[in-house]
Structures are given as C-alpha cells and as structure tokens.
Design a protein around this ligand. Structure first.
Ligand SMILES: Cc1ncc(COP(=O)(O)O)c(C=O)c1O
Length: 378
C-alpha cells in the first residue's frame, strides 16, 4: 500500500482540475495579449478565472495578480512595501516560510531595513501585546506573519492582527499558502493588504498562484516585462494553470465544510491513536481545531536509536511523510521552525499532513507501520 501523508508539501491534482486544463492546453494556445480571436479566447479564460476566484474570496478581480506560486507572491509583497511604499521595518517571526524569511533578510541587507522577530511561545504563537508595542513606535512598518505554519500548524489570529495593523497604520501581509482552499476568506471584511496563494497546496497545478493586493494599496511589479496583469507582472500568462487554479478554488470551496469535517476527523483520530500507541508522544505546535490548521499534525515521537532512519523506513513501507528537514542525521535537526519554538531536537519528529482524499484506512496503515518500526526496532 502507498500512503501519501505529505499534503503540506504538495497535493495530488484533482481529476476535475486535470479535466479543466487539458482542453485549454489542446485548444486555447493563444496569447492573451494578441488581439485576434485566438488571443481574445485565451484572455476570456484568464479573466473568467480571475472573476470566479475573486467571487469566492469576496474581493475585486483587479485585486488578484497571478504569479508562479507562493514564493513569487510573497517576494512581490515584501519587495513592494520596502522599495515602493517606504517601509523601514518588517515585523515577522522566526518560523515563517523561507519565501518570507529569506526575502526579509535579503531586504535587510540590500535596503538597510530593520527586521524584527516577535517572541514566540513553545507552540509558535505570537504575543499580541508585544506586536502592539512595536506598532506604537511609529516606524513605517509592514507586519508579515503567516496564517498557518506549514510545519507545526499553529494558526495566527488573522482578523485581530489585521485590525491592529490598521489601527497603527502598518501594512499587513499574511502568507496564506497553507490556508487558502482550507478556510473561507472574506477579503472585503478582513481588510488586509496582501495574501498569497499556491494552487498546488489544494489540488491545483504547480507553478501557479496569486498575490492579492488590497485596492487601497498601490504597488509596482516585481517581475518587469510586458504589460500583463495590468502592468503588475510581466510574462505571457499560464492560461491552463490559471484555469486549473480557478477549478481548484471552486472545488475546495464548494464543499468546504464537508472537507473540513472529514480532514479534522482524520487528524483527531490520528492524535487519539498515537496517544494510545505511544503514551509519551508529544505534538509540536497547537493541535486543537480552533488554534491549528486541521490538515497538519507534527508529531514528536519517543527517542529510538534509529531515529534518523524513521522517515526513510516509513518511506520503504510506502508511507510518505516529512520531517523537520530532509537530513538523516537525526530527528528534528535542520528545521528552522522547530528551532524557532525551541523544540526538543533529540526526539524524532514527523509531520503528517492530510487532504480531502486521505482515508481512515490510510491512516490505519501508516499507524501500523509506525508501530512496527518501534516494536521491531527497525
Ligand atoms: C507557507 C508557505 N509559503 C510559501 C510556500 C511556497 O509556495 P510555492 O511552492 O508555490 O512557491 C509554501 C510551499 O511550500 C508554503 O508552505
């Protein structure tokens, strides 16, 4: 049996998404910038997709800029505020995805801005009081904090941080790459400056995503070139990708409550089974439905002499999960997220992440293999 429990890394493409994309690849090869019928047809697909995504997120279609995915979208937001909007301080955390963390550090070096890392508790939560204190200092600021952490699942109180940023006049960017497709967004009500999306995290294709830019916030392109995306992102558009992205959004949100219930049910089941199998099991990050992304479970397992081979052994048994890092030297070493929350690096760690296609039978199989690894000391 092969069991894929690494959906935070990427997800299988939904069959309906493939079905939506294939005819586009065959028939709609026109360049949307061309004025002839082939171009107009492609342009119509592009704008229909933009409209349908905007409708789901309750924003204006013009607030969505298609990008090559989450990394580019994060880069664009951070570069824009520093190089165009006068931001001199980025307030962020040590557990952001590298698309944000490394970009902030690069801007610190090249643009001489200040990067402030908020204090985190052991589960990866920020201290809102500390954030408020920084915001009151009056430095032109952008706050960049991810909606849910991709390794430990901890959720940010997004609306509360958005309100605080507005109150003190700071820009707010949230990397929503792990939560887009998994939570409803009402962008008209949220009043945030930037959020980001990567289609491949919710059964869409790779290499396509978007940056949402609130219409109150004016930015220039990161990728210079033609006048695509209203001059905000040069490059001939990935029409099949955009159509696939729109389909993935539609599928994710049509039955959102059912997906949420199914996936949370599996995660809760896994937590309960792990606690029964390993009395001293621990979990990194928050685990409750209210405080954690329901698709991700980060497990700290009992120490074993073969800890470094745990994920490799599971892989040999057909169970794909990920760890703190790809390193084999042992346990959690290498994860800036686990390091950022001061996790115990001497115990092996595994991140299980689920999708709406995951079944209880698959969870049972994974648990059985995990138990065998420990029982037989594999
Ligand atoms: C939280 C987060 N941000 C950004 C990214 C980058 O997205 P992409 O792979 O589409 O560039 C990822 C993907 O791993 C992610 O999990």
């Amino acid at each position: 049996m092969n069991v894929y429990l690494d959906n935070a890394a990427t997800t299988p493409v939904a069959p309906e998404v493939v079905e939506a994309m294939v005819p586009v690849l065959y028939n709609n090869f026109g360049n949307p910038s061309s004025t002839h019928a082939f171009g107009r047809q492609a342009k119509a697909l592009l704008e229909n997709a933009r409209r349908s995504i905007a409708q789901v997120l309750n924003c204006a279609p013009s607030e969505l800029i298609f990008t090559s995915g989450g990394t580019e979208a994060d880069n664009m937001a951070l570069h824009a505020v520093v190089t165009q909007l006068g931001v001199r301080r980025i307030i962020t955390s040590a557990i952001e995805h590298h698309a944000v963390g490394h970009t902030a550090e690069a801007l610190k070096t090249h643009e001489q801005i200040e990067v402030v890392y908020l204090t985190l508790d052991a589960k990866g939560n920020i201290d809102l009081q500390e954030l408020s204190t920084y915001l009151q200092e009056g430095v032109p600021t952008m706050v960049s904090l991810m909606h849910a952490n991709n390794e430990i699942a901890t959720l940010l109180p997004l609306a509360e941080v958005a309100r605080m940023c507005r109150q003190y006049g700071a820009y707010f960017h949230s990397d929503t790459v792990q939560t887009m497709g998994h939570y409803a967004f009402d962008l008209a009500a949220l009043d945030i400056d930037f959020i980001t999306c990567a289609a491949h995290k919710f059964h869409g294709p790779k290499g396509i995503g978007f940056l949402y830019v609130n219409k109150k916030t004016r930015v220039n392109p990161l990728i210079h070139g033609g006048s695509q995306e209203r001059g905000l992102r040069g490059g001939t558009e990935n029409i099949a990708g955009v159509v696939g992205l729109a389909k993935a959004v539609e599928l994710a949100y049509t039955d959102l409550a059912a997906h949420q219930a199914h996936i949370w049910g599996l995660k809760h089941y896994m937590i309960t089974c792990l606690q029964a199998l390993f009395p001293d099991v621990l979990f990194h990050g928050e685990t409750s439905y209210e405080k954690a992304l329901y698709t991700v479970l980060n497990v700290s397992l009992p120490a074993t002499p073969k800890a470094g081979l745990l994920l490799f052994t599971l892989d040999l048994k057909g169970v794909a999960v990920s760890g703190g890092s790809a390193c084999t030297s042992g346990a959690a070493k290498g994860s800036h997220v686990l390091e950022g929350i001061g996790a115990n690096m001497n115990r092996p760690n595994a991140r299980f992440s689920f999708s709406r296609f995951t079944t209880q039978e698959e969870i049972d199989y994974a648990l059985q293999q995990l138990q065998e690894v420990y029982q037989k000391n594999l």
